[in-house]
Ligand binder design. Structure first.
Ligand code: MLT
Length: 204
């Protein structure tokens, strides 16, 4: 399981999705709560803490070096996160079919891994500064799953080619991908929040 925070919806549960908030390296389950609130004020928020520690910093999977991922651990952690979603939906009585991930950096990478390895287990995903966590064989069926990818043109960690590689992979799997390229670096900005909010409000 995962240490986590859950915030009940302030609307009827049937009226809103649940946002799955996935923090970046060195973050925790508290970090993205304010952003979740801004993105969807009435939605339920489910915010787990990554179970891997890298020199004291929580993450959602192991890496051997910057950008060099431990694929076996990604598979283990994505499976555990998927099981956690099932268990949390039962424990907190939210609709398992209506979970939308909002992940930043390492959190975006585990959200992408969840989709690439387990298929349409999310109703949608907002991926802020993601990389390509792995290339699954075969590709999953992501038909109809909306995914927003928000990249930074001046991101020193994630190249444009890397962003396009992930967007292409998701698209080939059938996802409906929207790609936004901001005049930003790797850090989140108000513009990320605005774009994500508008995309979510448009009904994804
Ligand atoms: C990762 O390890 O998932 C990426 O390098 C992003 C990050 O630094 O968290």
């Amino acid at each position: 399981s995962f240490s986590h925070r859950f915030i009940s919806p302030s609307d009827l549960p049937a009226a809103t999705p649940t946002l799955l908030l996935l923090h970046g390296t060195g973050g925790n389950e508290h970090d993205l709560i304010p952003i979740g609130r801004e993105l969807m004020p009435h939605a339920a928020l489910l915010s787990p803490r990554g179970r891997v520690l890298e020199r004291g910093m929580p993450r959602f999977f192991r890496r051997f070096a910057e950008g060099v991922f431990d694929i076996d651990d990604i598979k283990r952690q994505a499976a555990a996160l998927n099981e956690f979603l099932d268990a949390a939906a039962t424990a907190y009585s939210f609709d398992r079919q209506r979970v939308i991930a909002v992940g930043y950096s390492n959190g975006a990478n585990i959200a992408a891994a969840l989709l690439l390895l387990h298929g349409a287990v999310l109703a949608g995903a907002v991926l802020l500064r993601p990389m390509t966590p792995l290339v699954p064989e075969p590709l999953p069926d992501l038909a109809g799953v909306p995914v927003l990818v928000v990249a930074g043109k001046y991101d020193g960690l994630v190249t444009t080619a890397e962003t396009e590689r992930l967007a292409g992979l998701l698209q080939t799997a059938g996802a409906t991908v929207t790609l936004a390229m901001l005049e930003q670096g790797h850090q989140l900005s108000q513009e990320d929040i605005r774009i994500a909010r508008e995309w979510l409000q448009a009904g994804h």
